[in-house]
Design a protein. Sequence first.
Length: 70
Amino acid sequence: MIELLTKDPDCDEQKAVSILKQVTAHGYDPPKPDRILAWMNEQEFPICDTADQGKDTCNVYKSLRFARSV
């Protein structure tokens, strides 16, 4: 994970380690589609396309590939 984070020119190894510690300490869990839709209703611009009302509606992670441990 550190290697991936440090590919960003603005993220050195120290910053990457700090980010990873924060995420781990807080037990970060990405928001589910219903939570994203709720946020979207509170602002003037879309986060995702709601035209498709299928099971992937507002699933911003559907095209990402995660490690099995995630």
